[in-house]
Design a protein around this ligand. Structure first.
Ligand SMILES: Cc1cc2nc3c(=O)[nH]c(=O)nc-3n(C[C@H](O)[C@H](O)[C@H](O)COP(=O)(O)OP(=O)(O)OC[C@H]3O[C@@H](n4cnc5c(N)ncnc54)[C@H](O)[C@@H]3O)c2cc1C
Length: 549
């Protein structure tokens, strides 16, 4: 099977790229689950863009730079902020309905305000913005004759010509090996341009707000193909995810704290005032760190978010979806506190790209949460991620269209997927065991508060797990779960290495061994083939006798 454009991923970045590219050629879109399933689909708050008359591009740029703690790339930030309104108008033209003010007849959009933004600039669709955006995009994609969607198809690895022409100056990407989850067959999909739009990697942590698709496949595939991976130590933890055995990854919006919700210990004592003068309204990373500390010091399984003091009618109209979901688990937020834990939420780093989504591999692009463009720096400003997926999804398409117009080369012949001597595994428990172990070790050792000792333990464990997983991968027939486990292990290792490389606390990366900022901000970069071993200062620090908090 082949196409001009292969889009791996069907969230906001992927479908935006697909719709634009389809005007110029044939497009294949891969979705490893059913079509709307993506991080985009669960976005609650909204999408940030300069919309109000009293707002300005300069103000949005400044807010983004402040959040990014010195690591944002200013030129890219300016470009994304300026492109935003045009791209959002296109989303609206496709049929996305953002919430309007008070009355139905009011032509003005209701612009939300979120932490870190100096102006109201969050376009939203009630508290289910992602679902509304996906509804409109999926409808458009379904009716586009140039787009073919393959659901439940999972990209395994990228096809590059590195092995075909080992001495060539440039490596090109020509598509991917893809697993059809229903038949279990791996096929070759050739394309003249390929976009990685596979989203984030929240599933690398035990607790996450992300759905099951977020296993970092694109980051791992890009790394294996030779794309540098940058700033992966910056994982944003959302302070409040619903804690309930049956409720996987449901986020309790920060807007609840904005409306007066109080964080309490299991015995009802409020604790945030002891951590920050703004108590519950402290910045997101401080609140996440405080909850993590309460849980670790006192051994709590969770803490509680209490908004029951507010009038019931207000809560039902302001948080309809959150109320409904909590009720499904027998929790009535109008009467009782909600059990919550912090959870891995957003991955600021990823595959390094240019301002047009291009990677160092010709014909390979990356956009959305899988990419590191320089927009977020060391910390993401709320609601800037949907904006990035939208703007960079579009820019990648524009660049790829021009590349294909000027370069008519066709994909070379690639060998079919060779399963070698692999047999069906009768030990699937190995996959679940390793999956659980990675997620738990990342949570305990590479979580919200880090230290050299914990990182050293994590590196040691992940190296052992990598060996076991690699062996298993080559011995047994590939399945979706095994491919995801292999990718999860790669991403975990990359996060650990990136965290060890950063000798400071900046933005989302907080370590007790280097609590201060270094004077010069630098991106962390990890490349395939780099033989990583911790430096002497790191190793020496492990020998110091000290108790970790
Ligand atoms: C609960 C929640 C709330 C959020 N709220 C907001 C918000 O209010 N505002 C905001 O700006 N951001 C928010 N975010 C972050 C934002 O939703 C994401 O960063 C953004 O949607 C990422 O879009 P994307 O297109 O890059 O990836 P996604 O939307 O995650 O799409 C990834 C796609 O790739 C596919 N895929 C993955 N691996 C493979 C593979 N190997 N083969 C084939 N397909 C594959 C998946 O099936 C999926 O279709 C939120 C995130 C979550 C989880």
């Amino acid at each position: 099977m082949d196409a001009d454009f292969l889009v791996i991923g069907s969230g906001l970045a992927g479908l935006t790229c697909a719709l634009h590219a389809a005007r110029h050629g044939s497009v294949l879109v891969l979705s490893k689950d059913r079509l709307p399933e993506s991080n985009t689909n669960y976005a609650q708050g909204g999408i940030a863009s300069v919309w109000a008359a009293d707002d300005s591009f300069e103000a949005h740029v400044e807010d983004t730079l402040i959040a990014g703690a010195g690591l944002c790339h200013r030129d890219l930030v300016e470009l994304v902020v300026r492109d935003g309104p045009d791209r959002i108008r296109e989303l609206i033209a496709l049929g996305t309905h953002f919430s309007r003010r008070e009355t139905r007849d009011d032509p003005e959009y209701d612009l939300g305000q979120e932490g870190g933004h100096s102006h109201r600039r969050i376009l939203h669709a009630s508290d289910a913005t992602g679902r509304e955006i996906m509804r409109a995009l999926v409808a458009a994609v379904r009716t586009d004759a140039n787009i073919r969607v393959l659901e439940r198809h999972l990209a395994v690895d990228l096809l590059t010509d590195a092995a075909l022409a080992p001495n060539a100056q440039t490596v090109s990407c020509w598509g991917a090996y893809v697993l059809d989850r229903d038949s279990g067959r791996v096929g070759t999909l050739s394309a003249r341009a390929t976009l990685l739009a596979t989203g984030g990697a929240g599933k690398v942590y035990l607790y996450t707000s992300n759905p099951d698709i977020a296993t970092g496949d694109g980051i791992a595939m890009a790394y294996r193909a030779g794309v540098p991976i940058s700033n992966l130590e910056f994982i944003q933890f959302h302070p409040t995810c619903l804690y309930h055995p049956a409720a996987k990854s449901f986020l309790i919006s920060e807007a609840l704290r904005g409306e007066g919700a109080v964080l309490r210990r299991p015995d009802g004592t409020p604790f945030m005032a002891a951590y920050h003068t703004r108590a519950e309204l402290a910045p997101r990373d401080i609140v996440a760190r405080a909850i993590d500390n309460e849980m670790k010091v006192h051994g709590f399984d969770c803490v509680y978010l209490d908004i029951s003091a507010k009038p019931r009618d207000f809560l039902l109209s302001r948080f309809p979806m959150i109320h409904e979901r909590c009720m499904q688990y027998g929790i009535d937020l109008t009467r009782e506190p909600i059990p919550v834990v912090p959870a891995a939420h957003y991955c600021c780093g990823g595959a390094m790209t240019t301002h047009d989504g291009a990677t160092n591999i010709r014909r390979l692009y990356a956009a959305g949460e899988v990419a590191m463009t320089g927009l977020h720096g060391a910390n993401r400003l709320a609601s800037n991620s949907l904006l990035e997926a939208l703007v960079l999804g579009h820019r990648s398409a524009v660049h790829a269209v021009e590349l294909l117009r000027t370069d008519p080369a066709r994909p070379p012949a690639f060998a079919d997927w060779n399963p070698g001597g692999a047999t069906d595994s009768d030990e699937s428990v190995v996959v679940t065991q390793n999956w659980d172990e990675i997620r738990r070790l990342m949570w305990n050792y590479v979580g919200i508060v880090r230290s050299n000792r914990r990182l050293a333990r994590a590196l040691h464990r992940i190296n052992a797990l990598q060996d076991e997983i690699q062996q298993y991968y080559w011995d047994f027939t590939v399945t979706g779960d095994l491919i995801e486990l292999r990718n999860l292990a790669v991403v975990a290792e990359l996060i650990i290495i990136s965290a060890i490389k950063r000798k400071e606390s900046r933005g989302l990366h907080y370590t007790i061994d280097y609590p201060d900022l270094l004077p010069e901000p630098r991106d962390t970069i990890v490349t395939r083939g780099e033989r990583f071993s911790p430096d002497a200062a790191f190793l020496a620090s492990l020998n110091k006798r000290r108790r970790e908090p």
